[in-house]
Ligand binder design. Structure first.
Ligand code: THU
Length: 163
């Protein structure tokens, strides 16, 4: 038996002004996207903006449904839109943010597990890390260089070939 440790790396910023210009712009686009979310059931609005390697920005926001599980998170709306429109272009960076109609979000958004898995698939698909920027309405901003830092034990395609 051996106990192992796994290290994940992220950077914490006190405000978005500390980010580079390109990342500030991407976060702005994520905020704008969050304003267009369809979230009448949770009143929790999430926006995601992806910067592709060709310079194009693709955005998405959460789309809810009265049959709750039929809705989709902002991250997957954005990443699947990019996959549908630019299947051969790698994703450089994703900015994700949120706001609520009922309280102020003072923590960076922490993407759900399903979205982490979906984003991880695109890192592996394009063999290219996706830099990830996580923000709330106020408070710290977290940045990681890879989705692998958000989901270290992701399910990988190789798992299907074992045995
Ligand atoms: N949501 C996202 O869009 N992204 C996440 O990472 C977590 C949750 C959405 C789904 C739902 O519309 C609302 O936030 C409340 O869960």
């Amino acid at each position: 038996m051996i106990e192992k440790e796994l290290k994940i790396v992220f950077t914490e910023y006190d405000s978005e002004q500390e980010l580079g210009k390109e990342e500030q712009e991407l976060l702005k686009r994520a905020k704008e996207a969050s304003k267009l979310a369809y979230a009448p059931y949770s009143n929790f609005h999430v926006g995601a903006a992806l910067l592709l390697e060709n310079g194009v920005i693709v955005t998405g926001n959460n789309q809810e449904n009265v049959a709750y599980p039929s809705g989709l998170c902002a991250e997957r709306v954005a990443i699947y839109a990019a996959g549908a429109q630019y299947p051969n272009v790698a994703i450089k960076t994703i900015a994700i943010t949120c706001n609520s109609k009922v309280f102020q979000v003072n923590e960076p958004l922490s993407p759900c597990g399903a979205c982490r898995q979906a984003m991880s698939e695109y890192e592996m698909r394009h063999k290219s890390n996706i830099r990830t920027i996580l923000a709330g309405e106020t408070g710290k901003i977290l940045v990681m260089n890879s989705i692998a830092d958000l989901l270290p034990f992701m399910f990988k395609a190789e798992e299907l070939k074992k045995g």
